[in-house]
Design a protein around this ligand. Structure first.
Ligand code: GCO
Length: 466
């Protein structure tokens, strides 16, 4: 019988700008998302995180709900501009006190806090100073990390530096889909990427230096996952190649990849194929940069929602389109359970690091039924299927240490505003009331049984994909 190890932990995740609200309260300074949401044409319904889940004021009640679900762990992020309003220099003690109280509330009910230092809400003042392209930003990020580690490091042991650096760079500085909404040229993008990686390294150093107790430090990139169209070894090799190529099969360097980001952090150098593709546009590496970026971390958090099937082809790798009508989420993402088998498996093969699934979840058409409950059978089926596949990987010895469902609460889904609901907890944003969805009660049984209630089946994939 396949099962998860006894020490496997179960939790959920959120991020500061998506749930806190109180953007002008408690001494918080503006972030790039505050400014971005004021633009007339970028966010669905002109929504913003001004109020969001009002979590800054309702955190105690929310933690009680997390405890009611039985969460063993809770991943949240710190709003940099809430603790350092300008991103550097002056400190806002009221902001630090908020996070300190939140950690105490979690620990009081036995929930393990996992802290993300940066989940996209860059202080606006630092953006005006050049943001991640300015090498000083890495130092400012290190100072911020030191401050937070000094404040929370006696109680927090699990840290992630950056959330989804690929999205920060691609959506914020290339496609302009996200804040700050810039379109940099390739040389500018390479500088932004290098600045983010340097910032990661400086934060790791700061946490090691200032956190008390043994600190587990990692980060939470997207795991852009490719799966083999068939179990044939050629197709598995095609998936492996596609996952770690810097051109993603396009023949040209792309920011949206795994290895360009993970190799410097986990191998201490940029991948050769990416450097070759960039030629003179290569990153502005200075003397100790790669040592800073590549210092040891304890785990890799990975955010996985979906994957693309590939097979080997004459010109290398061919992406296989999903059959018409393949199940999709409300985000129009394909439901691809084996992403949670192949993603961790292929990452572990390349990097040999323990992992945590720091995000996996689904947006569904949730609403309050006439009986006053929120019935979300598709979320239960989605997570069941993905967990069956994750259990397969873990049973083969892939060291995934925990699973954090995205998200604990319905929240502000970036450019899609409140039009998407990922939460285990339904949020009525007008009245700020909460309802545990059916999936929350189901997830509680998953946690209590360490997923023993999952069907003993070998695949979570749909019959049409088998
Ligand atoms: C991400 C972010 C989250 C999103 C979630 C759903 O992975 O994009 O970390 O903030 O809200 O993934 O898109």
């Amino acid at each position: 019988m396949k099962q998860f190890p006894d020490e496997f932990f179960w939790g959920a995740a959120t991020s500061s700008y998506q749930i806190e609200g109180a953007v002008n309260d408690g001494g918080r300074g503006p972030s790039i998302w505050d400014a971005f949401c004021r633009r007339p044409d970028v966010v669905f319904g002109r929504h913003s995180g001004d109020v969001a889940c009002d979590h800054y004021y309702r955190y105690r009640d929310d933690v009680r709900l997390f405890n009611k679900i039985g969460l063993q762990a809770y991943r949240f992020s710190i709003a940099w501009s809430r603790v350092m309003p300008d991103g550097m220099g002056r400190i806002n003690q009221e902001g630090l006190d908020f996070y300190s109280r939140l950690v105490d509330e979690l620990l009081a009910v036995g929930i393990r806090p996992l802290v993300t230092l940066f989940h996209w809400d860059l202080p606006l003042a630092l953006h005006h100073r050049g943001g991640w392209q300015n090498r000083d930003c890495a130092s400012w990020f290190g100072d911020y990390a030191a401050l937070v580690a000094q404040t929370l490091g006696d109680r927090v042991r699990d840290w992630m530096t950056l959330n989804e650096p690929q999205v920060i760079a691609e959506s914020g500085y290339e496609s302009a889909r996200f804040a700050p909404g810039e379109r940099q040229d390739r040389a500018g993008l390479i500088r932004t990427v290098h600045g983010l990686l340097l910032a990661h390294g400086r934060a790791v150093q700061a946490i090691r230096a200032h956190g008390r107790n043994p600190q587990r430090v990692g980060w939470a990139p997207v795991c852009i996952t490719k799966t083999p169209a068939t179990p044939d070894s050629d197709d598995v090799e095609a998936a492996r190649r596609a996952m770690f190529a810097c051109d993603m099969g396009t023949g040209d360097w792309t920011i949206w990849n795994n290895a360009w980001w993970m190799d410097p952090v986990l191998r201490g150098r940029y991948p050769d194929d990416g450097l070759a593709l960039l030629g003179d546009d290569g990153p502005p590496i200075e003397a100790t940069d790669m040592d800073t970026i590549g210092q040891p971390i304890d785990f890799v958090g990975i955010n996985i929602y979906h994957a693309e099937p590939v097979r080997t082809a004459k010109r290398g790798v061919e992406v296989i389109p999903r059959p018409p009508g393949h199940p999709q989420t409300r985000m129009d993402w394909m439901v691809t359970p084996d992403a949670l088998y192949w993603g961790p498996k292929l990452l572990f093969e390349r990097y040999g690091k323990p992992m945590v699934i720091t995000e996996n979840g689904v947006s569904c058409h949730d609403w309050v039924s006439l009986d006053g409950q929120v019935h979300d059978p598709q979320r239960i089926d989605f997570v069941s299927r993905y967990l069956v596949e994750l259990r397969n990987a873990v049973s083969e010895g892939v060291p995934v240490q925990g699973y954090l469902y995205w998200s604990a609460l319905d929240n502000f889904e970036w450019e899609r505003g409140y039009g998407q609901r990922f939460g285990l907890i339904y949020v009525d944003f007008a009245r700020q009331t909460r309802i545990l969805k059916d999936s929350a009660f189901w997830y509680r049984k998953i946690i209590e049984s360490n997923a023993a209630i999952l069907p003993q089946i070998t695949s979570g994939r749909f019959a049409a994909d088998a």
